[in-house]
Design a protein around this ligand. Sequence first.
Ligand SMILES: NC(=O)c1ccc[n+]([C@@H]2O[C@H](COP(=O)([O-])OP(=O)(O)OC[C@H]3O[C@@H](n4cnc5c(N)ncnc54)[C@H](OP(=O)(O)O)[C@@H]3O)[C@@H](O)[C@H]2O)c1
Length: 285
Amino acid sequence: MNEKVALITGSSRGLGEVLARRFWVAGYSLCLIARSEVGLNKLVSTLPENKLQKVISFVCNLDDQAQVTELTVRVRENFSALDVLINNAAIHGPMGHLSDNDFSLWRQTIQVDLFAPVFLCHSFVPWMKETGGGSIINLSGGGATGPRPYFSAYATAKAGLVRFSETLAEETKPYGIRINCIAPGAMKTALLGEILEKGAAFAGQHEFALANKVFTEGGALMENVADLALFLASDASKGITGKLISVAWDDWEHWHEHLDDLSSSDVYTLRRIVGRDRGFIWGDK
Ligand SMILES: NC(=O)c1ccc[n+]([C@@H]2O[C@H](COP(=O)([O-])OP(=O)(O)OC[C@H]3O[C@@H](n4cnc5c(N)ncnc54)[C@H](OP(=O)(O)O)[C@@H]3O)[C@@H](O)[C@H]2O)c1
């Protein structure tokens, strides 16, 4: 049997749960990770029966490095290869002015949203190399491509994760490992609901109004995010690596027709904008 395995962090609810269900239906065996055993068990027990695939869930707090290290060992003991790694789990961390943030929560956000995904790549890339390649998908988020006031920890982690992905993509190209980031858009999940709970005084009026709009009118569809993730996991996306892809705005379905442009340019990456990019000639020496 040619088993394909996908590891998805943060699969006890929200986008991670939708990704898990879609990858299962697409024929992947699953390695599911979250803190909530109840959430993971509920997901596993409601997956359509399929004796050809296997699903194993691991309770792990990504904020605890010892648990993350232990996790990487247990994953390797239970699967013979890893085809897809999706770093989906994330927390907003502290909202509000930096000076008012509890710094231990700031640090925790960097651990969960940046160091844990980096560590999983550090552990699993050699395994992917040994087994002939793979696809890593990292979830970006608000603040990765522009300032996100009152969410400094989250924005810093997500910008770091995108730059890390671009960098590792260059290092792993020769080994058939692709690394891309997905910008999913604002989705109606617990993460966004937290902004409504905290209120405009912490999250800022702009973020509060956006979250409110998503909860009343509906937001980005998680099924569409799963479509892009499945594309990036599959051979159809061969040649696409180091990119930050927006589910809503980018015509990724047709990108395989433009592989030369994609690989020979810096489109869909994080770059510095200079004066001439905005029509200001005074900025050039
Ligand atoms: N929702 C949005 O509008 C939005 C927008 C842009 C980007 N994103 C990104 O999309 C991804 C999914 O977000 P979501 O909206 O689905 O969030 P969510 O509903 O809050 O789900 C987050 C998942 O991460 C897990 N998680 C949180 N802390 C963890 C920890 N310390 N250790 C292990 N697992 C942990 C949670 O499970 P447990 O609580 O069981 O641990 C849960 O399964 C995130 O990377 C987020 O940054 C979301």
